[in-house]
Design a protein around this ligand. Sequence first.
Ligand code: NAP
Length: 277
Amino acid sequence: MTQDRIPLAGVIGSPISHSRSPRLHQHWLKRYALPGYYIPMEIASADLESAVRSLPKLGFVGINVTIPHKEHIMSIVDLVSDRAALIGSVNTVIFRADGMIHGDNTDGYGFLENLRAGAPDWDPKSGPAAVIGAGGAARAILASLLDAGVPEVRLSNRTKNRADALQSEFGKRVQVYDWVQAGNMFEGAKTVVNASSLGMQGKPEMRIPLDGIERDAVVTDLVYTPLETPLLAHAKSIGCRTVDGLGMLLHQAAPGFERWFGMKPEVDEALRAAVLR
Ligand code: NAP
């Protein structure tokens, strides 16, 4: 690539119009006065490989990947990072100068950075974590909580065999609770995470009994529309430290931006405001 070629990045998915990533990256590009553009691109599954392979030729230095391409893209990239392999999906792609296409997953990193920023005294080793959900996001949460040193992860999901599959993959530190007994997971849990879509605008409400959540737990929700979900509102009302899900979206974007545009960006209030606007 010539020196003066303006670097391009973007997000691919289908649908893509709802994505907040363009606002986020454009905010950083403007803030750091860097040359570059970040573009949302709707790409159908059948066109994924040819589209991705043509992007470096157009000047792209990398892309984010969202639903429904996060798993499929793993078979297209040349290299998959260890953490992406563990999570089983790729959300960040780097088109390297040597022509190799590198796939990474920053969801677990974003999740932990958000918890550490929102609850600085959060200690993963202080006790069990309770996780609701066993979809794609839950895999990243499980991998990162175990890596951070949580002694036990309790997991409950409406479709139990998805939770069982995660348990067989991630091992004995994961304990599966039946969906009808999900409320029992909270006893003694120091970290509580909603990694399901329950509580999201337009989705069903969470009916799990929350009264077992203890005051000294740090409670976080991956859902960020609304910012204060019923789970977070309940946790706040009993005195828990709570961390909303928007921060995870912001933090997971930082490693990609740094690789593509050469500057480690800051996650701050101005960024939150730009994304919420
Ligand atoms: P997914 O793979 O589709 O999984 C959805 C999860 O929600 C599954 O565990 C599913 O249970 C559960 N669920 C859906 N409807 C349900 C219902 N009516 N009753 C009980 N459980 C239900 O989605 P995902 O990618 O894991 O994402 C999960 C949530 O996290 C979404 O709201 C997403 O927007 C959010 N998210 C946020 C961030 C962030 O940066 N803050 C990042 C990633 C994801 P079943 O297995 O039984 O279907």
